[in-house]
Design a protein around this ligand. Structure first.
Ligand code: HEM
Length: 342
């Protein structure tokens, strides 16, 4: 065998060995794969959570302006959610239940506030159609927002158990959509109410006497003078205006997180939104009570727009004088009697 043949045979044997080696490796591959435990090898969510500090996060990439939405895992959010949810939950329960307890106590002690001089049957225009439209737009939308907001905060613990999963998820999905859209109607009602009533809600010295006499609400037969709005109503007006503005601003920021700044800013807005909603709910429940079943003759002001003259004299004596003087000036004679009700 010459050298050339020897070399050719060596190359051939080597080639066969290489091919067999590759095939052997390939044939062994599944056996090796079976030994891999993907669950053990993979990074678990827990280990990611443990590896991150509260202010760090695992983020992806997004091409929309809302960069916050790229966040995938941020342990700080879990502790934030606990703080936020428990604070807002407690305040919401206190707001609603607290108001109901206070009002029940008030009703048991004072009873319904009646017109002491009895209804006269003579009516006087208190609120125009525009004023009533502004009020009901703001009031109706606030009630929808309050109920759907409460469902977001307390629904899972308080509504789900007695409604069941199917009904609860349906009302929650629609409730969330309503909450996002009805907010705009509330803002419009708020702006309109502010525009029509601001001039009557500047605090003045008459308010001090009204407050000193407890607004006449605590004792029968006490009727401190008041203009179109008394001090108590001014509190309602300013709470609604400022609270409503705060709710609108923070709600807007939550709807458009790209405008909200950092994530900490967004969380701050979320907390303020919940706290203001709870406090305003307390105030508004008290307002609804006095404006409906709590005081004889009050609802008419927002119903037909006309109230009984004796009701008006007892609760807004200076306003009645102003209206009658205005009418007298218009007629060029003494104050005319408002038209009797049919
Ligand atoms: C069913 C619910 C409600 C009823 C029955 C009701 C009733 C009334 C009545 C009768 C008045 C006129 C009082 C007067 O003649 O002096 C009034 C005024 C007013 N309401 Fe309401 N209201 C309701 C809901 C709301 C809500 C939800 C808000 C705010 C979000 C609101 C804000 C106001 C404001 C700012 C005024 C003017 C200031 C005042 O009178 O206190 N109301 N409401």
């Amino acid at each position: 065998m010459n050298m050339k043949t020897l070399t050719q045979r060596f190359v051939a044997v080597f080639g066969v060995l290489v091919v067999l080696g590759i095939m052997g490796g390939t044939l062994h591959a599944p056996a090796q794969a079976q030994q891999i435990n993907p669950t053990a090898e993979a990074v678990t969510e827990d280990s990611l959570f443990e590896a991150l500090r509260d202010d760090q996060m695992v983020a992806g990439r997004v091409s929309i302006p809302d960069e916050l939405s790229s966040g995938l895992i941020k342990p700080g959010n879990a502790s934030w959610a606990d703080t936020h949810t428990s604070t807002v939950r407690i305040l919401s329960i206190l707001g609603v239940v607290g108001a109901l307890v206070v009002l029940t106590g008030f009703y048991l002690i004072r009873g319904k506030i009646m017109v002491d001089s009895k209804l006269s049957g003579v009516r006087i225009l208190r609120f125009t159609a525009v004023e009533r439209f502004a009020h009901w737009l703001m009031a109706g939308s606030f009630i929808v927002l309050a109920l759907t907001g409460l469902n977001l905060v307390l629904g899972r613990t308080m509504v789900l158990p007695w409604l069941g999963e199917t009904a609860f998820s349906t009302i929650s999905v629609w409730g969330k959509i309503a909450h996002n859209y009805v907010g705009w109607a509330f803002m419009l009602g708020l702006i309109m109410s502010f525009a029509v009533w601001i001039s009557h809600n500047i605090p003045d010295k008459v308010d001090a006497e009204w407050v000193a006499k407890g607004g006449g609400l605590l004792k029968k037969g006490v009727h401190p003078p008041a203009k179109k709005f008394n001090a108590g109503q001014k509190v309602i007006f300013w709470s609604t205006t400022l609270g409503g503005a705060a709710l609108s601003f923070t709600g807007f920021m939550m709807l458009f997180p790209a405008l909200a700044g950092t994530q900490a800013d967004w969380q701050f807005y979320q907390l303020i939104h919940g706290i203001v909603a709870a406090v305003l709910s307390f105030i508004i429940i008290a307002h609804i009570y006095i404006g409906s079943i709590g005081m004889e003759g009050a609802f008419d002001a927002m119903g037909t727009g006309e109230v009984d003259l004796n009701w008006a004299k007892e609760h807004h004596s200076l306003w009645v004088e102003e209206v009658q003087k205005g009418e007298a000036a218009q007629d060029g004679g003494p104050a005319k009697t408002p038209h009797p009700a049919e």
